[in-house]
Write a protein that binds this ligand. Structure first.
Ligand code: OOB
Length: 540
């Protein structure tokens, strides 16, 4: 089993020759920006206001502390923190110690975290004590019992029986390791469409290229203030341009604990935020609440919207109603990110999801047989380029389906290209539900449902939804004398430690599954049949 699939040598050479891959590591990146922007403010949250120099010092002390605690180069460490300044110092501390952060999201629970720990053989797990009433220390106890490689749990706040994050930083103990910029720096999560979540290995070289270009495309400079409204560990607020783009450009990062107007708007006003990124449902909430609030949003220059399709009607409301420019972002943690540009005309910004970062992003739009569709036609998007992975982490078998023989990633998105090179997302061919930007893999939820003794079969599909874009619906064939009710099934899934956003919004009991064609019915056909039924029902 390979850990990861490196870029072929001739591609790596080319990306270096073209100046895309500069050989900078994350650790050196922060040191360099700290030298340049030393006394400027880098990170702000409810409790902190760190300068670049302070952030850099904290990251170094964290790195030495992690080393003193036995974390070695190449070790994986699952990080699950809310939007706090310590996220940045911990992650850069791990980078400098040569360890690979595995970026979990705050809603993940036992099912997800124990899988990440087991699959990556993580040696440590970093959490906050309690967030929004949920005690992560109890989760950590369960995770440790299930994943014995996890030797230590570091806790921000009251550690309970675990290790306090505050006790980790130390003065230098020996030299920090030399890091190869061409190797994996961290593991990001894939939205996924299969039973087990997939992990995405990103290198220093490839990721920092996308960060520098993103900061440039989004016009970040030392006067910019970037608000982290979404969970900071997600690829969008991390690098599009996100916190890393902000650090690259000497901008300020402001971390919001939630994207709701009552939290985000006063922060925008107080810190004079110039740019932020949100998912479409949040953009709608902001549009609808802005007229009813007194907060001064006049500093906001750009609202980025991405993660799911932003409806054209909503897109056209952004500038007149919020007084800032809209930037559409169509990205994926696997790599490729598209942005509308400030030079694009109004219609292009309203209808398209942008064009790629790099002149060397290769986009192919193909039919089911991988043959190119006629120009301007809708097809499956395949992509390859200087910051798109060539394979998932420890997933040899899955990689044979998820990538073409010549290394193109099968995005699972249905798109069409405009003559300008802009991409319009038209739909999806992967078995995933995009619940307002949160991705739910149908098969993962089905497998959890099938573990219930009263479930004979299950198919999970998307239901169109005016607010979230899509919600999840589980079609269930029950078994046994006393079949489970919908609330019982939901409670069962929660009990298995599945993240709340993956619990089906709706459960439909059916006597049996339809046969959609001749011979064996594939799960994909089955999901398509149910999805069609839901669409018909909505029309009626
Ligand atoms: C972002 O990343 P992921 O990895 O959570 O999800 C990627 C998938 C894409 O393949 C596509 O299906 C969907 O999310 N998506 C969009 C979209 N942006 C992402 N679908 C329609 N319109 C859009 N604008 O979601 C992500 C990563 C970096 C930047 C922005 C978003």
């Amino acid at each position: 089993m390979n850990d990861w699939v490196p870029y072929p040598a001739e591609f790596a050479r080319r990306y270096r020759e073209l100046g895309y891959w500069t050989g900078e590591t994350f650790g050196a990146f922060l040191a360099d920006r700290a030298a340049r922007y030393a006394d400027r403010v880098a990170v702000i949250d409810d409790r902190h206001r760190w300068t670049y120099r302070e952030l850099d010092e904290r990251a170094t002390r964290m790195a030495h502390g992690f080393r003193a605690r036995g974390i070695r180069p190449g070790d994986r460490v699952v990080v699950q923190l809310p939007n706090v300044a310590e996220f940045v110092s911990v992650v850069f501390g791990l980078f400098r110690a040569g360890a690979l952060p595995v970026f979990a999201l705050p809603p993940h629970r036992f099912a997800e975290i124990s899988y990440f720990c087991a699959h990556t053989e993580a040696v440590a797990y970093v959490i906050a004590d309690k967030v929004a009433g949920f005690d992560y220390r109890t989760l950590a106890d369960d995770v440790r019992a299930a994943a014995p490689t996890v030797r230590e749990v570091f806790v921000l706040g009251d550690p309970g029986t675990h290790t306090s994050l505050a006790d980790v930083p130390t003065d230098p103990v020996g030299e920090l390791p030399e890091i190869d910029p061409g190797v994996v720096a961290f593991l990001q999560l894939s939205g996924g469409s299969t039973g087990a979540p997939k992990l995405i290995p990103r290198t220093h070289d490839d990721y920092l290229y996308s960060v520098r270009e993103s900061a440039d495309i989004c016009g970040l400079d030392t006067d910019s203030v970037y608000l982290v409204a979404l969970p900071v560990a997600h690829n969008f607020p991390m690098s599009s341009p996100g916190i890393l783009g902000a650090l690259h450009a000497g901008s300020r990062i402001v971390l919001a604990s939630a994207p709701s107007p009552d939290i985000a708007f006063p922060l925008i006003a107080r810190e004079r935020v110039t740019i932020t990124g949100v998912v479409p449902p949040i953009a709608l909430v902001w549009l609808n609440s802005a007229p009813n609030r007194a907060d001064d949003l006049s500093s906001l220059r750009v609202l980025q919207v991405g993660g799911a399709k932003f409806a054209e009607e909503a897109a056209r409301r952004v500038t007149p109603e919020l007084g800032c420019a809209l930037q559409q972002v169509f990205g994926m943690a696997e790599g490729l990110v598209n942005y509308t540009r400030d030079t694009d005309d109004e219609d292009t910004v309203a209808v398209s999801q942008g064009r790629p970062i790099s002149p060397d992003d290769e986009l192919r739009v193909v039919d089911a047989d991988d043959a190119p569709v006629p120009e301007g036609g809708i097809g499956h998007l395949l992509t390859r380029g200087p910051y798109t992975i060539r394979g998932y982490y420890r997933a040899d078998e899955h990689n044979r389906d998820a990538f073409t023989a010549d290394g193109f990633y099968r995005t699972g998105d249905l798109v069409r290209l405009l003559p300008t090179g802009h991409v319009v997302v038209e739909g999806r061919a992967k078995d995933q539900i995009n619940r307002g930007g949160e991705k739910v893999a149908a098969e993962e939820v089905e497998n959890h449902l099938l573990a219930h003794p009263g479930v004979h079969d299950a198919a999970v599909v998307a239901v169109p939804d005016a607010f979230l874009g899509e919600r999840t619906c589980a079609f269930v064939v029950t078994a046994g004398e006393t079949p489970p009710t919908a609330p019982q099934l939901r409670a069962f899934l929660r009990g298995r430690g599945l993240a709340a956003y993956k619990i089906p919004d709706r459960v439909e009991f059916v006597p049996g599954f339809p046969h959609t064609g001749v011979g064996k019915t594939s799960r994909r056909d089955l999901r398509a049949a149910f999805a069609a039924r839901l669409t018909d029902e909505r029309k009626a």
